[in-house]
Design a protein around this ligand. Sequence first.
Ligand code: GDP
Ligand code: MG
Length: 308
Amino acid sequence: MLGGFLDKFKAGLARTRESVVDRIREAVGGKPRLDEETLEEIEEILIQADIGVDTSMDLIERLRERYGDADHEEVEQGVFDLLARELGSMLTVPTPIASTHRPTIILVVGVNGAGKTTTVGKLAKRFSDDGKKVMIAACDTFRAAAIDQLEIWAERTGADIVRHQAGADAASVAYDAMEAAVAQGIDVVLIDTAGRLHTKVNLMEELKKIQRVVARTIEGAPHETLLVLDATTGQNAVEQARAFHRDVSLTGLVLAKLDGTAKGGVIVAVTHELDVPVRLVGLGEGEDDLQPFDPEHFIAALLGRDNI
Ligand SMILES: Nc1nc2c(ncn2[C@@H]2O[C@H](COP(=O)(O)OP(=O)(O)O)[C@@H](O)[C@H]2O)c(=O)[nH]1
Ligand SMILES: [Mg+2]
């Protein structure tokens, strides 16, 4: 099973790995030490993988200390060992997304197209497979198509869905979902939300209103407020996360679309620059393509190793 997770990470991070590993190997290419030019090249490669400028500079400093002055054997292997170790000390294993409360309320937020609805669908699958009674609240009332998309996920995963007409007040959908969840003994309620509102309502205000409604109805809710970030947007993800965290106080990040991007290093940047942990990663569009973020797998996949 663990092998399967690692394979998914490896497949998902293939593009990032190709650009990082192959290019570092080329830059180091049998040299006995890392001269300034080589260090600069490696820094450039790390920054381009969206590991973040500060983090990349820290890593380069470590490499310079270790391999900058005298000649060494096996520099190439040493560089990857050092990167794996340093990244390992930066990334920590997150708390799993659990359903410890009954009902557990999980609010999913993020900008348009980030992967919110897909993440809600995948979470519904995960909890249903675990034998939990799952309900989905369709609080992206902005477009009818958004509600239909969620309906398909509900059908696929056997989850209940609470929906109103397009254009309805999102907070009232949330309220109805809370009442229904309590009445029906639901274990987990997943709240899907809109990513953009160009009407009179401001997105953050709407999300705060949903949080208030939920908090009034269920003790301690929402138990999780997860921000879904599109990994392909690289550094922009960090800015988005800051803005959402300021307004709706996040408990975790979901890095969606980690597959098919060469910017997978962004996980390191968000971890380094924010105090919100990456809890889950999306490694594809399928219902089983959501994985808990495992730093060891991530590093192994990023650097093309079997373990760190
Ligand atoms: N490759 C890939 N595509 C994803 C992933 N998550 C979401 N998507 C796709 O991204 C697009 C937008 O997703 P959606 O969930 O509708 O975004 P939302 O607007 O935030 O609700 C859809 O085509 C999804 O299939 C992922 O982890 N990997
Ligand atoms: Mg959506």
